[in-house]
Design a protein. Structure first.
Length: 432
């Protein structure tokens, strides 16, 4: 988006607000496709930003859904169920039932309990649900190799599911790509063993030697790289995205370009889908906020904005010690709705701490940043905020409003959610 466009949006829709540039998102996802090629599938993790779902439907192959609430969002948006990978670390019988009733394309299983619940649902429904077993990567997520091995040993008794492969995700924002290289080598070896077990259990559907499931061919025990075969892999590489001063913005797609050869190599041997949210969505987002007040105390200049850490949550930001990319546009509306005059001395460059509107000392989005001629009513635009801030903020604190959500596409801006008054959520019923 252009600076002129951002200023015009702030004047028309007011602040605070999120703006997501769908044109920029589409361009980035086309570049991602070009980098990985047509043998690697793409999965968007909607927890990064559910307001991008309609746009992402035409840009990726799958959507990762991690909670009953996220599934409800997908239902309301009429997301094709076959595109959904239903994940989540906690699943109840009711959760599995709801997902099964919507006919989600794939379940992930994070534990033996998940396998049992999904299998039982399949038996009740008389179908076999597709399942990816999540392999533990050193945290509370997923299962140990031993647990996966025991599930595979019992595969003959699991008549309500089809185990299709492995889900593996460790963390986000990992810049040392040697970690991902090692993971892919480990996964190739591990999946080779799993593929053999699955092939023996399900046989070759085309030859009639095993069970077919919706036309899926489970044939081929080999995992030798001659063709894409049995045992799917959904892999979250957790690639980094630059946000702060000192990061390189020269080529934000560079990590994927570096990892692409390894991804393409394993895609020769399995049906590979890479799952990401932050890396896909960060670049398309902006947070618009006004300078509401300026003051000094104990040698520190404070710039008070109409938002704060309830709306701004960059990955890795700790007490404002890191400085994100912020655009400063002088002039505009003051806190009283009057036209700002820009009273600061032109060209005067001063250091400020950006403070938000919450009554907590933690509400310092940026500890120190320099501005030239900062005044009340000026517009500050926080860039690269397309992922997570819109869902991870402290929205309920102090009953402050949640920002409006705006989408910019092909020269037009539309509001897809008005600002919400959280006082409604923070008021109980006391009428007896």
């Amino acid at each position: 988006m252009t600076d002129t466009g951002l200023k015009a949006i702030a004047e028309k829709f007011d602040t605070p607000a999120y703006v997501f540039d769908i044109d920029a998102l589409s361009e980035r996802m086309r570049s991602v496709r070009d980098i990985v090629g047509d043998t690697v599938g793409l999965c968007y993790s909607i927890k990064a930003n559910p307001f991008l779902i309609p746009a992402m439907l035409g840009l990726v192959d799958k959507l990762e859904v991690c909670s009953p609430g996220e599934l409800e969002v997908c239902k309301k948006l009429n997301v094709p169920p076959e595109k959904i990978i239903y994940s989540g670390v906690v699943k109840t019988e009711e959760n599995v039932l709801e997902a099964a009733q919507y006919r989600v394309g794939t379940f992930t299983a994070e534990s033996k309990k998940h396998v049992r619940l999904i299998n039982e649902q399949g038996l009740r429904d008389g179908v076999r649900y597709r399942v990816l077993l999540r392999l533990n990567g050193g945290s509370q997520f997923g299962m140990s190799e031993e647990d996966i091995q025991s599930i595979l040993e019992d595969i003959g008794n699991l008549k309500g599911i089809i185990i299709e492969g492995i889900h593996y995700f460790v963390g986000t924002g990992r810049g040392k790509l040697k970690q991902q290289q090692k993971e892919l080598a480990m996964l190739e070896e591990f999946m080779g063993r799993v593929a053999g077990i699955l092939a023996e259990a399900y046989g070759d559907a085309e030859s009639g030697g095993g069970e077919a499931f919706d036309g899926v061919d489970f044939g081929g025990a080999a995992f030798d790289g001659t063709a894409r075969k049995l045992c799917k892999l959904e892999y979250g590489p957790g690639l980094p995205f630059p946000y702060f001063e000192g990061d390189s913005f020269e080529d934000t797609l560079a990590p994927l370009k570096e990892l692409a050869p390894a991804l393409k190599e394993i895609a020769k041997k399995t049906e590979l889908t890479i799952e990401m949210g932050r890396f896909f969505a960060s670049e398309c987002g902006y947070y618009l906020s006004r300078v509401m007040d300026i003051k000094s105390a104990n040698g520190i200049n404070y710039c008070l904005i109409d938002g704060g850490i309830n709306h701004i949550n960059y990955y890795g930001q700790i007490m404002g010690m890191k400085v994100p990319v912020i655009k400063h546009f002088p002039g505009g509306k003051t806190a009283d709705g009057e036209t700002a005059t820009g009273t600061a001395i032109a060209g005067e460059r001063m250091k400020y701490a950006i403070a938000g509107s919450l009554c907590t000392t933690a509400d310092i989005p940026v500890r120190e940043i320099e501005f030239n001629g900062l005044s009340e009513g000026d517009l500050l635009v926080f860039c690269n905020i397309g992922a997570y801030s819109v869902t991870e903020g402290l929205y309920m604190f102090l009953s402050r409003n949640m920002p409006a959500i705006l989408l910019y596409e092909k020269g037009n801006t539309r509001m897809v959610r008005e600002a919400l008054h959280t006082s409604e959520f923070n008021t109980g019923r006391f009428d007896g």
